[in-house]
Design a protein around this ligand. Structure first.
Ligand SMILES: Cc1ncc(COP(=O)(O)O)c(C=O)c1O
Length: 395
């Protein structure tokens, strides 16, 4: 049994039990289990939260990505630019439409799309850029907007890991033609099962996504296009309605714990810390540090009863399922380096600052032991100019 788990949703479940069970009792008695008033109420509340006009709730973040791209009529022959480091679902959304995902490098500090690399990968077939707000840090949107304007591309946000984050004072969800959220249980806003949503200001895009979500029908039993069953259940919508009311409070806790980690590990050699970009208010989803001693650190933490995660140990271009895209090892050095060095430390709103200090203490102690006089992590400036040699040598 872990003393400090990587994630634990039980305290949240206990706290909200009364509210959720009373909403569920109403749904149970109503007999309306899908596409009912709770889905509509949640859609209205979540659109308002994102400062967007429309929200189309659906059964997962992956479905939301597919809906966004399909509603934009993206399909075979088109290219969509996505970061080389993200959860694989970012690419699934593109592949489901028949379009080709074109990978782009990440900025090694921000760990989101590098706009300069995006610029290099635009072709006459490019139709959209999917900007992933990885780990709760919004992507650098301004240069992406400019590229999109110059080349007539859509910008889609993959905000599955960033509910409540802001870029230049604007909430994620309002930064592109459409934004896609996941409500997987461990997300900043998580249901008790699968869930997702697309938000947009574009009424026609929302209407198309709504029809696609529901078997391609706008009028009942009139199926205008190939459709999907991507509907969200009333039970999930009710949980999300309740939890949305606490999201700001939980994000504030996550930010506090993030700061606690930065303080607790500041000056520690051998670990690189994620600093929030100055243009953003982050909504920390994962606390991902980087270290050349990642695997040993992970084992050492596990031996002391501390849970960790890896997000993600393989970048997109090295995923077996994406081999047909033709990328090679070495194509995206920063994504590869992040994959080789990333370590996610425990982070969830109910985690105590005391537990974070304890994790930091163990990390510090383990690193001191590993280093025994050798040189640790390079400075940020050096990291920027680093090649993939460290990744290749298995660091
Ligand atoms: C960045 C990112 N995109 C998309 C998804 C897919 O969401 P879901 O699991 O709800 O399908 C996730 C979920 O982990 C994610 O982290």
């Amino acid at each position: 049994m872990e003393r400090i788990p990587f994630f634990d949703g039980r305290a949240q479940a206990l706290r909200l039990e009364g509210e959720v069970l009373s909403a569920w009792a109403g749904i149970w008695r109503s007999g309306q289990y899908t596409s009912g008033e709770h889905v509509e109420q949640f859609e209205a509340a979540f659109a308002a939260y994102c400062r967007a006009r429309h929200c189309v709730a659906c059964h997962s973040g992956t479905a939301a990505l597919h809906l966004a791209l399909a509603a934009l009529d993206i399909g075979p022959g088109d290219e969509v630019i996505v970061p080389a480091m993200s959860f694989v679902a970012t690419v699934w959304g593109v592949l489901y439409t028949g379009a080709r995902p074109v990978l782009a490098e990440i900025d090694p500090i921000r760990r989101t799309l590098d706009p300069q690399d995006v610029a290099r990968r635009i072709t006459p077939r490019s139709r959209a850029i999917v900007a992933v707000h990885l780990y709760g840090q919004p992507a650098e949107m301004a240069p992406l907007w400019e590229l999109a304007r110059q080349h007539g591309l859509a910008v889609i946000e993959d905000a599955a890991q960033a509910h409540g984050a802001c870029y230049q004072g604007r909430p994620v969800g309002s930064l592109g033609q459409a934004a896609c959220f996941s409500f997987y249980p461990s997300k900043n806003l998580g249901g008790c099962g699968e869930g997702g949503a697309l938000v947009t200001d574009d009424a026609e895009l929302a209407a198309r996504a709504r029809a696609l979500r529901n078997h391609g029908q706008r009028a009942r039993y009139v199926h205008e296009t190939l459709g999907y069953n991507y509907r969200l259940s009333e039970l999930q919508a009710a949980v999300l309605e309740v939890k949305l009311r606490y999201l700001e409070e939980w994000n504030a806790c996550r930010r506090r714990l993030h700061r606690e980690y930065l303080e607790g590990l500041s000056g520690v050699k051998g670990v690189w810390l994620p600093m929030p970009a100055a243009d953003s208010t982050i909504a920390p989803h994962l606390l991902v540090v980087e270290s050349i001693w990642r695997d040993a650190l992970r084992q050492g933490l596990a031996a002391r009863g501390i849970g960790t995660g890896l997000h993600y140990p393989l970048p997109m271009h090295l995923q077996p399922a994406l081999a047909h895209l033709g990328y090679q090892q070495g194509d995206f050095p920063y994504a590869e380096r992040l994959a080789a060095r990333c370590l996610s430390l425990p982070l969830f709103p109910e985690l105590s600052p005391h537990a974070v200090r304890e994790v930091c203490g163990v990390v510090r102690e383990l690193l001191l032991g590993f280093q025994s006089g050798s040189v640790g992590w390079r400075s940020s400036a050096a990291a920027r100019s680093a090649t993939d040699s460290a990744t290749r040598s298995g660091a």
